[in-house]
Design a protein around this ligand. Structure first.
Ligand code: SF4
Length: 227
């Protein structure tokens, strides 16, 4: 791989944090469910909702789609916005069913090019860019970089991106500077989240940050406060 700042950041993060082994799920369908449930909530809440779905044997597309919405909403209540997310889960299941991929979402890979598949996912009720890309990378192992709030904050501070740019514009920068490798995109996004939680928080902890030497903003930040 040629050297770019984006690869240098990746290598620095990997050296410190090591493999993150995302996504924590047993099947691609479970990844898709988690990608919807994690909207606007912490992962620990998603884990509770997923555990309830597993206990009810509902982590299977055809079974979940046949479940009364009221029951589904009650089961996923720990993830928050449970009525909204019920509608979104069922819409995603209907999309999968329409593409003969409800029992095995990875069949979507055979339904067209990556750009066409991404466009189709964005047409599903409740699926925005971040959810679509999480599904593509972590559920289907396709190279579509996930952009989230951590990505915007960290790469703006690094001086590599404008955090206010549109989602697709930020994603295009990653795609332009990295090989189109789903495993790399998988690991890179997970490492960004690790850095955002451990160091590049709203109040950044620059002193011990592994990116300090390459960060434009490191020395101008009020840093290193505990908490
Ligand atoms: S040096 Fe500070 S501002 Fe820069 S990436 Fe690290 S924690 Fe964030």
């Amino acid at each position: 791989m040629s050297s770019t700042p984006f690869l240098a950041v990746y290598r620095a993060l990997f050296d410190v944090f090591g493999p993150q082994r995302w996504w924590p799920a047993q099947t691609s369908f479970e990844v898709l469910v988690g990608a919807v449930l994690t909207q606007n909530t912490a992962w620990r809440n998603v884990e509770q909702a997923i555990a309830r779905l597993r206990a009810a044997s509902l982590l299977h597309g055809p079974t979940l789609l046949a479940t009364p919405p009221e029951r589904l909403a009650e089961l996923i209540r720990p993830a928050g916005y449970h009525q909204v997310k019920t509608r979104r889960l069922l819409a995603l299941c209907e999309f999968l069913a329409a593409h003969d991929a409800l029992a095995e979402p990875r069949r979507l890979r055979e339904r067209g090019s990556l750009p066409a598949l991404r466009r189709a996912l964005l047409g599903v009720h409740g699926v925005g860019g971040e959810t679509a890309d999480a599904i593509l990378v972590y559920g289907l192992e396709l190279p579509s970089f996930v952009v989230d709030a951590y990505t915007r904050r960290i790469f703006e501070r690094l001086g590599l991106l404008s955090g206010a740019a549109a989602y697709e514009a930020i994603q295009a920068q990653f795609h332009a500077h990295l090989p189109a490798d789903a495993a790399l995109f998988n690991e890179y996004h997970a490492l960004i989240v690790a850095l955002g939680k451990a160091f590049c928080r709203p109040q950044p902890r620059c002193r011990d940050c592994p990116l300090r030497s390459m960060c434009h903003h490191a020395d101008t930040r009020v840093s290193d406060r505990p908490g």
